[in-house]
Write a protein that binds this ligand. Sequence first.
Ligand SMILES: [Zn+2]
Length: 123
Amino acid sequence: MKNSCPVCGNQIVGRSDKKFCTVNCKNKYHLPSKNKKGDQIKLVNKFLFQNLKILDAIFQDEKKDKLMIPKILLDKMGFHYPYCTGCYVNNQKKLYRYIYNYAWMEFSDQRVMLIRSSSIHRK
Ligand SMILES: [Zn+2]
């Protein structure tokens, strides 16, 4: 009786002691846990949460809901630019990215505009 591969479910052809159909599947099976899906999700969540914390900190003692800050400050705080919870392009073709109750937009190479949710215009 043929065994099936625990990774992809294909039938295993060849020696009866083979556990995987291909080397690829064998490698997949033995990948370290950091490459597994659950951990990737955790990592993304971590980055999103870090971004949220950074924006929380910036807005903490701020009365305004709109701020222009140097990009270098976000860099220094460890902001993860590609990670956001949504995005929106306004009629001036500016890309706004949402992080939960905040949004930010790269105003120029040096400056980033941050917006707190009460002033975010959602469609
Ligand atoms: Zn396989």
